[in-house]
Design a protein around this ligand. Structure first.
Ligand code: ADP
Ligand code: MG
Length: 427
């Protein structure tokens, strides 16, 4: 498969998560990706009828999916493999007065994909390193033995480090081990909104809310810190928590910080949250960043040389979402431009993700400052004509750094020291 086919394959898989196989097979079964440029993708539908259905029903979904996979927005256009669409529709007018009389599966799609369908987040593709080891091990243990070991499990750490990924990995694993388990995943915003709706409406809505939340075998609440400061939400959450806990049901929570640092969180909830296992996730170190880049490249079927992996790991720090974005962008650029992945392409791919390089003259200034500081001499002295041994040594050190570290040419170095380049070479 080439990378275009791969991308289309991934899109079709994503479609299957949101719509039934029949629907996807019917409209997209023999579609392919046609022409490409940096801003748009053209999908070639099997015929004009399918083209018109895709255009009417699926464009926003496709655009969202392409953006998720590529890391940036593209306009999705649809073409038909049978060519001239006006001629084709005229032809249909003569042949039959209406499209084939079959139920329109697009009208009976499954409800929009709940987050419960994110099957791509598994333990297998979660790369483990020292900064996320405890969280991963705890999540895995909870998936194997729900409500037996750590209850609640509280995962915390800054955004983009894999908390949601671990929640879905737990769900996907538990679904395999206990297909009948009633698992409920919500973000705390969803919990809040549902509760507000329930309170605002009639009594029986409120009962439905309680029933929904208290009859689960496993409750996962993502980004629970959002309930802080909302009195009635905390009140209800406290009762939900207790009811499930007393029934020995597993509760898993994530937050961007530990319970004690969540402002306006009631202390009785803080105590509950802290009563099981708390595991943090920290930003990945270089080794883990490299491992994640290798894993993502493998998933996207990109072959990256080690120097490119190192380059990306060095530049994409802090957040796994950025790493993923960088590798996706690289894949897209290779895909659109058909270029071999070189260091230059990698540099261009992540240009939007990393701050501009420091201007060259700043680097030279900084080098001069550091060396002067180290040899305890002034700017005038190092740039002047004195030839005492300390000053000559400082000058040579500076020239060496400019040459080897900053890859300046002899001419450029000569310009800094107001001498000609043979002096630089000769020392
Ligand atoms: P959080 O919920 O902590 O903000 P996410 O779980 O949404 O972060 O992770 C952001 C992205 O990074 C996701 O696409 C996820 O798959 C990916 N990711 C994070 N950590 C890892 C990891 N250790 N291995 C592989 N992918 C990871
Ligand atoms: Mg998250």
């Amino acid at each position: 498969m080439n990378i275009g086919e791969n991308l289309w394959h991934d899109i079709v898989e994503k479609l299957k998560e949101e719509f039934s196989e029949t629907t996807v097979g019917l409209w997209f079964g023999s579609a392919t990706i046609g022409s490409l440029d940096g801003d748009s993708v053209t999908i070639v539908a099997e015929d004009d009828f399918k083209k018109s259905i895709i255009e009417k029903k699926y464009l926003p979904v496709l655009e969202r999916m392409f953006e998720e996979l590529l890391g940036f927005k593209v306009e999705v256009r649809v073409d038909s493999a049978t060519g001239d669409s006006d001629a084709r529709s005229e032809e249909r007018l003569f042949v039959t007065s209406a499209p084939p009389a079959r139920p329109d599966p697009a009208a009976q799609e499954k409800p929009a994909a709940g987050p419960n369908l994110r099957s791509e987040y598994t333990f297998d593709n979660f790369v483990v390193g020292s900064s996320n080891q405890l969280a991963q091990a705890a999540a895995y243990a909870v998936a194997q033995h729900p409500a037996e070991l750590y209850n609640p499990l509280f995962l915390f750490g800054p955004s983009g480090l894999g908390k949601t990924h671990l929640l879905f990995a737990i769900m996907n694993e538990v679904r395999k081990l206990h297909p009948n388990f009633n698992i409920l995943y919500v973000t705390s915003e969803e919990f809040t909104n549902e509760l507000i709706d329930a309170l605002a409406l009639r009594q029986n809505r409120n009962l439905a809310f309680k029933e929904k939340y208290r009859n689960v075998d496993m409750l996962l609440v993502d980004d629970v810190h959002f309930i802080a400061g909302k009195y009635s939400v905390q009140e209800e959450f406290f009762h939900t928590f207790n009811a499930l806990y007393n029934e020995k049901k597993q509760i898993i929570l994530t937050s961007d910080r530990p319970p004690r640092d969540i402002s306006y969180l009631e202390s009785r909830l803080q105590t509950r949250f802290e009563s099981g296992l708390m595991a943090d996730i920290q930003p990945p170190d270089t080794e883990l960043r490299m491992a994640i880049i290798r894993k993502k490249a493998e998933e996207y079927k990109l072959s990256l040389s080690e120097d490119i992996v190192e380059y990306l790991a060095e530049r994409l720090r802090g957040n796994v979402r950025r790493i993923e974005g960088g590798v996706k962008k690289l894949r897209a650029m290779q895909f659109f431009e058909g270029k071999k992945i070189t260091l230059d392409l990698a540099r261009a791919a992540i240009a939007d993700f990393v701050p501009e390089e420091e201007p060259e003259h700043n680097k030279i200034e900084k080098t001069l400052d550091k060396v002067c500081d180290r040899y305890n001499i002034s700017r005038e002295t190092i740039l002047g004509k004195k030839r005492s041994s300390n000053v000559v040594l400082a000058r040579h050190t500076c020239m060496y750094i400019l040459r080897e570290g900053l890859e300046k040419t002899y001419e450029e170095i000569g310009a800094v020291f107001s001498c000609d380049h043979t002096t630089v070479i000769g020392g």
